[in-house]
Ligand binder design. Structure first.
Ligand code: FAD
Ligand code: DLZ
Ligand code: SF4
Length: 507
């Protein structure tokens, strides 16, 4: 018989590995594994989400008539690894062919590639065709280009999918990108849709008990768990987004507001990344909403760009640059990430908000990740590998293929500008412009140096100053370096001194 191995982020019924299989001659293997639940100290909600979604998916497959051999985390004899569980399954079943979709992570794909020799059985590994751009297609697109930029890749993906093109194949509305219209700050009296939540069923409650018992020391609260764990519920989350949030998604994409974790964001990355939602389908639904007059173009284009643009682009970069990508550290940063990243206990209100929401929901939206926690880590010179591990731990949507390029590349400039054209570094004024955080902070965002000054202000100039040799050639930093050079020496020294004092106190 055929054995189809389905990994925890492959919960899609139309997987390439299942095509051509018959239900009477196939066993599907799924396994909850120590190695996967522990390669970083995942947020408790992330663990519950994945294991509960796996258990529900196994039931869905059984309901369709498939035979599923499902190994639970606490089953006796569970070896704890993908390879170990394949070995045991080969003893249980009379298998002539093992089939699997290639893992999304380099670490696991490398293990898969040893299986044929190790087990002396035919192993067929399939490309993961749930993405819009194949890995080889990205490599072909990137080949020979002096600089890789998401915008040009994105236009190719628009042409490939036909999304938001007019009858002549030109971009809808005449422009490819409406990002400049998507930067409105939050207003405190905005009417915000409520996040769709789900009461945990028995399966989820069982997993919660298991995770509470085994991973009690991991970050996160389970009492605020509200993720969908089935395809139907994930689709309901997306339907609610289309109805309540999409129209304002564009305008307020970068906004941040105290006590509001979700604003007009979709909160669908966890579902996309494990296969409960399909990326092309959600983009087509967004286009349909635009064409029906239910959402403006800047919202629809902004949303579609994140998915067929950024999401596919970072995946392409990951597979092109691994395995050494994970070790890059262009700025030679080596400071430990402060312990408040795990507790949220800091007087910096922006950080305590972004981290507090992360602890409560295993979620923070893009600008919080990039311009609050990411920006701060970049400015203090935190070791990018530690920063990468933190993001991999704390977010329910975190898988290395998408998290690593976003963190190490986009946020920490660890790849020296391969992914992003400049470091995403900013002083407190950007945070003040896009949020209401500074209004209730102990620090004064308007004060540049000295006691009570917003730490981001001095840290920003200190970052540029200490990294000058490495960053000087970057034409997008010409202006800030010019401003720095025009400052009188006393002011420069005051910035240096303030930043040094803050960093010393940070430890
Ligand atoms: P929305 O704002 O509603 O956007 C819709 C969708 O667009 C998202 O669901 C996501 O699938 C996609 N998207 C948007 N931006 C990106 C991006 N930069 N890269 C890839 N997809 C994108 N996203 C992950 O899915 N997993 C991660 O581990 C992850 N780590 C990140 C780490 C850092 C430092 C940064 C700056 C960003 C990271 N992102 C990651 C991207 C982005 O922050 C999340 O995809 C987004 O916040 C998910 O929330 P949402 O579904 O409400 O997104
Ligand atoms: C992330 C994750 C976790 C926490 N647990 C499991 C698991 O127990 N079993 C499983 O099959 N997959 C899990 N995953 C997802 C895998 O880590 C993911 O499939 C690989 O990293 C390849 O992308
Ligand atoms: Fe953050 Fe500075 Fe604003 Fe405080 S004043 S919330 S530290 S940006």
């Amino acid at each position: 018989m055929k054995l189809v191995y389905i990994l925890g982020d492959q919960l899609t019924r139309t997987l390439a590995s299942l095509r051509g299989c018959t239900k009477d001659d196939t066993v599907i293997l799924m396994a909850e594994l120590d190695e996967e639940t522990s390669y970083v100290s995942h947020h408790k909600q992330k663990l519950v989400f994945i294991l509960s979604a796996m258990r529900h998916f196994a039931e869905e497959l059984r309901g369709d008539g498939w035979t599923v051999d499902y190994v639970k985390l606490d089953d006796r004899g569970n070896s704890g690894s993908f390879t170990g569980e394949l070995a045991r399954a080969l003893e249980r079943h009379d298998v002539r062919e093992v089939r699997a979709v290639k893992a999304g992570e380099w670490r696991v794909l490398s293990a898969m590639e040893t299986w044929e020799d190790r087990f002396n059985v035919d192993v067929r590994l399939f490309d993961d065709d749930r993405y819009i751009c194949e890995i080889s297609e990205f490599a072909h697109w990137a080949e020979g280009r002096k600089q890789l930029r998401m915008e040009y890749f994105y236009r190719e993906m628009r042409r490939k999918t036909g999304l938001l093109l007019d009858e002549d194949g030109k971009p809808e509305g005449g422009k490819w990108n409406y990002d400049s219209e998507n930067r409105k700050p939050a207003e405190t009296d905005m009417f915000m849709p409520k996040r769709a939540g789900f009461t945990p069923d028995e399966v989820t409650r069982d997993v919660m008990a298991l995770i509470d018992q085994r991973f009690s020391g991991n970050i996160g609260n389970l009492d605020t768990f509200a993720f969908a764990v089935t395809r139907d519920d994930a689709e309901a989350v997306f339907a609610a987004f289309l109805q309540d949030s999409l129209a304002r998604f564009g305008d307020f994409q970068d906004a941040m507001l105290t006590g509001e974790a979700f604003l007009y964001h979709a909160i669908i990355s966890p579902y996309l990344n494990i296969g409960l939602l399909d990326p092309l389908k959600v983009c087509q639904q967004v286009e349909a909403a635009y064409r029906a007059g239910d959402a403006p173009l800047n919202a629809a284009e902004g949303f579609i760009r994140q998915i067929i643009g950024w999401r596919e682009y970072v995946r392409g970069i990951y597979w092109r640059e691994m395995p050494d990508y994970a070790q890059r550290n262009f700025l030679k940063a080596d400071r430990d990430l402060p312990t408040f990243y795990w507790t949220g206990e800091t007087d910096m209100h922006c950080l305590s908000q972004a981290i507090g929401q992360t602890i409560d929901h295993a979620y923070a939206h893009h600008i919080q990740r990039l311009m609050i926690t990411g920006n701060f880590a970049l400015l203090i010179g935190a070791d990018p590998h530690q920063v990468h591990e933190w993001y991999l731990e704390v977010y329910a949507d975190a898988y290395e293929w998408v998290e690593l390029p976003n963190t190490l590349g986009m946020s920490q400039f660890g790849d020296g500008g391969l992914l992003a054209s400049k470091p995403y570094a900013s002083s407190g004024s950007y945070i003040n412009k896009m949020s209401d955080y500074c209004k209730s902070c102990r620090y004064d965002v308007g004060k540049k140096t000295g006691d009570g000054a917003c730490p981001f202000n001095a840290l920003y100039w200190h970052f540029l100053d200490r990294n000058r040799e490495r960053l000087d050639g970057n034409h997008r930093l010409t202006m800030p370096y010019r401003t720095w050079d025009r400052m009188d020496h006393e002011k420069q020294d005051a910035y240096r001194e303030s930043a040094r004092k803050f960093l010393n106190e940070l430890g």
